[in-house]
Design a protein around this ligand. Structure first.
Ligand SMILES: Cc1cc2nc3c(=O)[nH]c(=O)nc-3n(C[C@H](O)[C@H](O)[C@H](O)COP(=O)(O)OP(=O)(O)OC[C@H]3O[C@@H](n4cnc5c(N)ncnc54)[C@H](O)[C@@H]3O)c2cc1C
Ligand SMILES: NC(=O)c1ccc[n+]([C@@H]2O[C@H](COP(=O)([O-])OP(=O)(O)OC[C@H]3O[C@@H](n4cnc5c(N)ncnc54)[C@H](O)[C@@H]3O)[C@@H](O)[C@H]2O)c1
Length: 412
């Protein structure tokens, strides 16, 4: 094989590592190069705001593969190495040291980066973001000495970090611009469950607030000033205000970029030999009939498997029901489906929301668009089947715990 027949993957995290694994499992025996700019071998991020952050999980549990896996599978893993440019015509990528690597097919699994807070004081010490294992280590260390933490953003990072901070015995204030936590994803009815959960665990939640400044002394943050003049003291400020997909390379290479790297259902970009998967990919989803970009673990786990097969010329299409999960205190949940903000007309609860043991269904024109099982297990496959069925389901039967979910699928 020539160098040009090499398959190159940019981004050595979950999506990149899973693509490498699938390429080898599917029999690709050519040169395979996995390039990542972090110094750690590929790892998974969910524990960084949960078990790893609280100290319940060991470091070794976060990695996608054991260290020897890469050599055993002849994967040329280049860590601490940034790709700085792609030449789609010449079929090569440029590395930070100026060297080049040729490719036959290229996968972009460059993921995303935290959005920075554009206010004065945002670059003070003790203003922390959470994306990498090193970030999680920093926050874990800060929890040991801090007595008051302010978390900006009541999205997934904000809420999971707030739960970890409370578990560490730290006082927590959460500042959110919207009226409720996770409002865009869950809507008012279910977002309220998360607000109640955190209040019950002693978190001071403040909604509809605008952060004007992070104040400091001696170079380190000591509080947050709101636009209405309120000042909240803090030893540490954690910012979780969303992410931006890492599209710079793709954009500079002339690939189509629109809310991520635009790919088809085979995860192919606007260039036939370049694919994208994971957080960075805005992929056409055939059942939904539109492009979606999903910022969750299951997507980064599964999409690259389809991309790898498509790169090998197999007939592979990505059409899985989007899925994610969270763990906060004693609440564990799984969510399957996809609903645009406000894109539903009814929420049906099976069980009492206040008991935090229920299933919620989001309906649109009578169809189940999404479902979320909270502290109820072994039902997510059935929820996914209801979403896939895409036909009207009787809401009163959906709400009735005595009616097995499987029987609803049989319903004509
Ligand atoms: C703290 C945390 C907790 C989470 N918890 C959950 C959860 O409970 N449930 C859930 O469903 N999802 C969760 N997620 C989301 C999930 O982790 C992401 O969707 C997933 O990490 C995306 O994987 P990825 O491989 O596409 O991208 P990333 O994980 O972002 O990895 C991309 C990699 O590419 C590297 N890279 C970027 N540009 C270059 C370049 N030019 N050259 C070389 N390398 C480059 C990056 O440094 C990075 O290592 C969590 C995320 C975080 C941060
Ligand atoms: N369990 C999970 O699935 C999980 C867990 C952790 C992280 N993640 C992923 O990590 C990424 C980052 O998470 P995130 O929580 O930062 O993003 P997010 O998009 O989930 O939430 C960001 C929150 O910050 C709020 N916000 C934005 N600007 C603000 C401001 N100036 N002041 C106050 N509030 C503001 C938004 O209204 C929103 O509620 C996402 O892709 C997320 O899906 C997922």
């Amino acid at each position: 094989m020539t160098v040009d027949s090499a398959y190159v993957i940019v981004g050595a995290s979950l999506a990149g590592a899973k693509a490498a694994q699938t390429l080898r499992e599917e029999g690709f025996d050519g040169p395979l190069v996995l390039i990542g700019n972090e110094s750690e071998r590929p790892y998974e991020r969910p524990p960084l705001s949960k078990g790893y952050l609280t100290g319940a999980d060991e470091r070794e549990k976060i990695y996608v593969h054991p260290p020897q896996w890469y050599a055993e599978h002849d994967v040329d893993l280049r860590l601490g190495t940034a790709v700085t440019a792609i030449d789609p015509t010449g079929h090569q990528v440029t590395l930070a040291d100026g060297s080049q690597v040729g490719y036959g097919k290229l996968l972009l699994a460059t993921g995303s980066s935290p959005r920075r807070l554009p206010v004065p004081g945002a670059d003070l010490e003790q203003v922390l973001y959470l994306r990498t294992a090193a970030d999680s280590d920093r926050i874990k260390k800060a929890f040991r000495s801090a007595s008051r933490v302010v978390v900006i953003g009541a999205g997934w990072i904000g809420l999971e970090t707030a739960a970890a901070a409370r578990t560490a015995g730290v006082e927590v204030t959460v500042l959110e611009a919207a009226e409720l936590p996770l409002l865009r994803v869950l809507g008012r009815e279910v977002a309220q469950v998360f607000a109640d959960l955190h209040r019950d665990h002693g978190v001071d939640l403040r909604f509809g607030v605008q952060v004007a400044e992070i104040t400091g002394s001696g170079g380190a943050a000591n509080g947050v000033l709101l636009a209405d003049g309120t000042r909240i003291g803090a030893d540490v400020v954690i910012v979780g205000v969303g992410i931006e997909p890492n599209t710079g390379l793709a954009l500079a290479a002339g690939l189509e970029v629109d809310n991520g790297i635009r790919v088809d259902e085979r995860l192919r970009t606007s260039h036939p030999d370049i694919y994208a998967a994971g957080d960075v990919a805005n992929a056409f989803h055939p059942p939904l009939g539109k492009h979606i970009r999903v910022e969750h673990w299951a997507n980064a786990l599964n999409q690259p498997q389809t991309a790898a097969r498509a790169m090998l010329g197999q007939d592979a299409v990505y059409d899985r029901v989007p899925y994610f999960f969270t763990d906060q205190y004693d609440l564990g949940m799984e969510y399957a489906g996809y609903v645009e903000p406000g894109g539903y007309d009814q929420v049906v609860f099976r069980g009492e929301a206040a008991s935090r043991e229920f299933i919620a269904f989001w309906l649109g024109e009578g169809r189940v668009l999404a479902g979320m099982n909270v502290n109820v297990w072994n039902v997510n496959e059935q929820i996914q089947a209801l979403v896939r069925a895409a036909r009207p389901i009787d809401p009163s039967r959906l709400a009735d715990p005595a009616v097995p979910l499987a029987s609803l699928l049989a319903q004509s």
